[in-house]
Design a protein around this ligand. Structure first.
Ligand code: FES
Ligand code: FE2
Length: 440
């Protein structure tokens, strides 16, 4: 675009069943997305277990801003801009760590408490007779405008106004509820650090792919067929069923048409869900032991409710892709119109037997890690889409599949039954249009 973006010009790029390619490739649009979406709505920062001890900090990028979260001596987790108020140096240059008793800026040794207040400045008398005031807000670390958590998952909004976290998450809260409630002790913790991957494509291409049910059996067919052959050969040789983890990959052999059995849901904030796909309730001793622990912890009825919720994938727009039954989530950090960082996090369910953790770890390595064939195929598609979209050859991206046939109730959209509706993609772009045209 020529820098003259208006709500009207933005609206013209998003039709009910197709989207203009500039939404994915244009630099001005990207800058506006950062301002109107990523630096406005609630964005995931990290989990409480990333900063376990006082002084633990973890850095993160939200929109174009560099922030960090830190646990204080009072156990409270706060989020600040990663910028020293003296001359602007980043305060935390490591990705994460423990600051000891205070933060010390490496440039001129200003010290800061974990509540953000400046604790000491060397040779402070040099400021006598100047306009500088140590108590002035400009001399303290700048906090994120709003910080809140939902069950230990911390989010920030860089704007003072707007819905609170609870209302923003709305129906998508179920994804985090499921992640936590599946732990017999009702709590989870991250395992190690995350995998980080930079995709050479727009951030929306990644989100759209997560609930694009017509792609897995096409894109991942070779992986599915190869694994299926090995699985069968193994079963023939041993006379026993192959380990469950093989099915994580051989599932991609499923005919494309069979993906019609899964329902997708689109919420007005842009959050989307894919239900079904992975019951993960085989009757092996490990699973039975785990189910027993859940029912003991929550009671028969509530325990069964937790275990039978088959929610494969939830997008918390615009920043998270959560897979509750597999204890993982991916955070999306746009770096530019054509560069997107994803962080792939894996969680341990407190109180669950080790094999349940191992099962999820297998999925983490086999399907979501940077080294899997599954992910490699996806990344290749994302790059190809971006390369195609940033050149001539057609202006529109088709989202027509089952357009106009989805059910809408109280603003929530449900994919037409027995279809591979592209509703989640349409729903996200309608939310995108809403955010992008607000406040002008
Ligand atoms: S820039 Fe941090 S103390 Fe000078
Ligand atoms: Fe995929």
């Amino acid at each position: 675009m020529d820098g003259s973006l208006t709500p009207k010009s933005i609206e013209s790029l998003v039709e009910p069943d197709r989207v203009h390619r500039l939404c994915y490739t244009d630099e001005d649009i990207f800058q506006r997305e950062m301002e109107k979406i990523h630096e406005t709505v609630w964005i995931y920062v990290g989990h409480k277990s990333q900063v376990k001890e006082p002084g633990d900090y973890y850095t993160v990028q939200v929109g174009r801003q560099l922030l960090f979260m830190v646990r204080g001596a009072d156990d409270k987790i706060r989020v600040f801009y990663n910028r020293c108020p003296h001359r602007g140096a980043m305060l935390c240059s490591s990705r994460s760590g423990n600051a000891g008793r205070r933060f010390r800026c490496s440039y001129h040794a200003w010290m800061f408490d974990f509540d953000g207040s400046v604790a000491s400045i060397p040779a402070l008398n040099g400021y006598e007779g100047t306009r500088f005031n140590k108590d002035d807000p400009d001399a303290q670390l700048k906090p994120a405008a709003r910080v809140d958590d939902y069950r230990g998952f911390y989010f920030v909004s860089l704007k003072e106004d707007g819905p609170d976290l609870d209302s923003f998450l709305g129906g998508a809260k179920l994804s985090l509820d499921q992640l936590v409630d599946r732990a017999p002790e009702g709590d989870v913790e991250v395992v190690g650090d995350c995998f980080r991957m930079i995709q050479k494509s727009n951030w929306k291409i990644f989100l759209e792919n997560q609930l694009d049910v017509s792609h897995p059996s096409a894109t991942h067919e070779s992986t599915g067929v190869a694994t299926w052959k090995i699985e069968r050969a193994m079963e023939k040789r041993t006379g026993q069923k192959a380990p469950l983890s093989y099915s994580f990959l051989s599932a991609f052999k499923m005919p494309i048409e069979d993906w019609r059995m899964f329902e997708t849901v689109g919420h007005p904030q842009g959050h989307c869900m894919l239900q079904g796909y992975m019951g993960l309730r085989p009757q092996d001793p490990d699973t039975l032991e785990y189910e027993g622990l859940i029912k003991k912890a929550y009671g028969e009825e509530r325990g069964e409710e937790i275990l039978s919720t088959d929610l494969h994938h939830v997008l918390v727009y615009p920043c998270l892709s959560v897979q509750p039954p597999l204890q993982q989530l991916r955070a999306i950090r746009p770096l530019g119109p054509d560069r997107t960082l994803t962080e792939i996090w894996h969680f341990r369910l407190k109180g669950a037997p080790e094999p349940i953790y191992r099962r999820a770890l297998d999925y983490y390595y086999l399907v979501n890690s940077p080294s899997t064939m599954v992910n490699a195929d996806d990344l290749h598609n994302f790059w190809k889409c971006h390369e195609g979209l940033r050149r001539d050859g057609g202006d529109w991206v088709s989202l027509h599949r089952n357009a106009g046939q989805d059910r809408i109730e109280d603003g929530v959209q449900y994919s037409a039954p027995d279809t591979m509706s592209e509703m989640p993609l349409r729903s996200m772009m309608q939310a995108w249009k809403h955010y992008m045209t607000q406040g002008d």
